[in-house]
Structure formats: structure tokens, C-alpha cells
Design a protein around this ligand. Structure first.
Ligand code: CA2
Length: 171
């Protein structure tokens, strides 16, 4: 095979590989680092490390690469969403699963970031926020999210990854 064709084949393989291994960003907001360590009656006994392992398994099933993060800082979350928007535009990122914690109920800045980044984002809550205090019924994220997952415990993360896989698969 001529050298130039060999390059074409290699490039095609790299391209296919890139699309087969899109990244999913799982973004966790304030206080979620305390998961499993406090309030087990509301959030269960799984730690954030357990959630990361569960997401890693779900990503392996759906042939995604996992980028798993947590921050207590609104600006850091906004930077991550902007970065995700750029990555999705290149085809490298399938989407974002975001548990914004209490920022869900307060943050116009996160709303604007998601909208501005044009990123596919699934809003996630471990608890059923609608069965809790009235202040948790309001979300600044829902209107700019592709979908909302709430009340399925930490298994919701795996369900959301499966939902993203369903959205991005060619079939
Ligand atoms: O149900 C969810 O996943 C929430 O997003 C969790 C947030 C809460 O503010 C939302 O209304 C619903 C709280 C995350 C803090 O998690 C903790 C876990 C253990 C101990 C203390 C806080």
C-alpha cells in the first residue's frame, strides 16, 4: 500500500476511535464531597468515590471516557461548563451530567453558562427534590437542561449516562 494511503487509513482509525470514545463529564457541585459521610437518610451511604466507580462502570458499558469532578466553587463549575461546550463542539464530548447541589436552586450564573456553552446537559439529583422543601422545587438549570433525573439515588448517575448514550448513538 502506498505511504499516503497508509496515512489515510491511520487517520480514519484515529477519527473513528475519537468518536467511539467520546467523553462524558460528570460534574458535582457544593457539599457533594460529603456524600455518604452525613445525612445518609436523604442521600444514602455511598461516598462520592463510590459514585465515581459507578460512573466509570457505566461509561465502560457505553464506551465513553469518564471525566469526573467535584467543586464547592460556583466559578470553577462555570469554567468546567465553558470547557465542556468547547469540547462538545469538537465532537470530543458527548455531554455533561451535573448535580449542581444547592446551586441548582440559586444560580443564574450556571443557567447562563449552560445556555451560553450550548452543551448537552442532564440535571441530576440523588433525592427527589420535588418531594422535599419548597425551596428545592425551583431549578435554574431545568430550563436549559436536555433532561432531568431526580430521586433515583446514586443509580441515577448510571441511568443518566445510559440516557446520554441513547442520545448520541447512531442507531
Ligand atoms: O439530591 C441531590 O442530589 C441534591 O442536588 C443534593 C444537594 C441539595 O442541595 C439539592 O437540593 C439536591 C445537596 C448536596 C449536599 O450533599 C450532602 C451530602 C451529605 C451531607 C451533606 C450534604
Amino acid at each position: 500500500m502506498p505511504r499516503s494511503h497508509r496515512h489515510a487509513v491511520t487517520n480514519l482509525a484515529l477519527l473513528t476511535e475519537r468518536h467511539a470514545m467520546q467523553t462524558v463529564l460528570v460534574l458535582n457541585g457544593p457539599n457533594l464531597n460529603l456524600l455518604g459521610l452525613r445525612e445518609p437518610s436523604v442521600y444514602g451511604t455511598h461516598t462520592l468515590a463510590d459514585v465515581e466507580a459507578l460512573c466509570a462502570a457505566a461509561c465502560e458499558t457505553h464506551q465513553f471516557r469518564l471525566d469526573f469532578r467535584q467543586s464547592n466553587h460556583e466559578g470553577v463549575l462555570i469554567d468546567a461548563i465553558q470547557e465542556a461546550g468547547r469540547a462538545q463542539a469538537t465532537g470530543a464530548l458527548a455531554g455533561v451530567i451535573m448535580n449542581a447541589g444547592a446551586y441548582t436552586h440559586t444560580s443564574v450564573a450556571l443557567h447562563d453558562a449552560i445556555k451560553g456553552a450550548g452543551v448537552t446537559l442532564i440535571e441530576l439529583h440523588i433525592s427527589n427534590v420535588h418531594a422535599r422543601e419548597a425551596f428545592r422545587h425551583q431549578s435554574y438549570l431545568s430550563a436549559v437542561a436536555k433532561g432531568v433525573m431526580a430521586g433515583f439515588g446514586v443509580k441515577g448517575y448510571a441511568l443518566a449516562i445510559a440516557a446520554l448514550a441513547g442520545m448520541t448513538s447512531a442507531a
